[in-house]
Design a protein around this ligand. Sequence first.
Ligand code: LRH
Ligand code: MN
Length: 390
Amino acid sequence: MSTLSDADVRSALAAQTIELPSWAFGNSGTRFKVFSTPGVPRDPYEKIADVAQVNTYTGTAPRVSLHIPWDLVDDFDDLARHARAHGVQIGAINSNVFQDEDFKLGSLTHADPTIRAKAVRHHLDCIDVMRATGSTDLKIWLPDGTNYPGQDDIRSRQDRLAESLAEIYAALEPHMRLLLEYKFFEPYFYTTDIPDWGTSLVHCMALGDQATVVLDTGHHAPGTNIEFIVAQLLRVGRLGAFDFNSRFYADDDLMVGAADPFQLFRIMNEIVISDALRPDSGVNFMLDQCHNIEAKIQGQIRSVMNVQEATAKALLVDRDALAEAQRSGDVLGANAVLMDAYNTDVRPLLAEVREAKGLDGDPIAAFRASGYVEKVSEERVGGTQASWGA
Ligand code: LRH
Ligand code: MN
């Protein structure tokens, strides 16, 4: 890869898209408290209207991920029509087997075949939602795990998992993908049945080409070199999507780039090196966040901007100079090339890219000036605010 021209950098930034999670627009919190906020959406229609606001001011968020059953509606054709009318496409459909009493000891891994069948059935229902909304990505994150050694047989659970995933995979249509997400712990604390990228990859390889790995940046043990995993999954063609967020401690689901902007830059650097920023690269760049205390739409706008800034810095790396320093073993020289890009203030460049798209160079100022939050806070009274888990 050689150093990109200014025009190539700007066109790559202009073409970048990021998929937003419907659940980020609802109330969320921790086991201690879920706080409410005036104007929060009460249904998927209002969530999509808020997604459209982020897209209006960033020009970079034309898709929304839905979560089932949180985003269940009577008529998904109508919801997809509503989304299109707002310039938003329905993206990944997320299954949810982490809130059903029957799945306490497992879902796709459960020892009882009737419980496994129920969990498989839920995923087949999610595939029906994909058909109705034109979605191509089925995203599976399983809470499955155990809390005590001996509670269950680790290997048998993997065999049951493989069997259940194969049933779901067989129901996919040729243009659909299965995105398998891993997480190293929580809600269980001894084993997690898909704890790391290796386990997700093993199952994806066993399933077939339509199965790829989801890398959630909050799902690794502290100190994990995430960009190494990105490089390896891209190398074997199995990086299907990111769930971007950031964390100081565990699965904090904070705004991407907020806790560790340098890590996000290193991740986007691997994406650029593997030419995986292209819209047809097969990598779905998604956010998976909760705005427990901060303004939700503005939080999403800020998050999109954080990804854009990390991407711009990665695109500005002097690849020719880096390759020369790496070839000649110039350790400090090579590191300096990367740090020069990282230490570049890319905000003026991004403002120009937005203005070239007919947008305001400062999305947050433009959104705040729109009065949208005040408007929906007045309109959205009554009913039940959308809330994580409800
Ligand atoms: C699990 C997870 C998964 C989603 C949920 C909202 O921690 O990252 O991606 O189902 O958050
Ligand atoms: Mn996630």
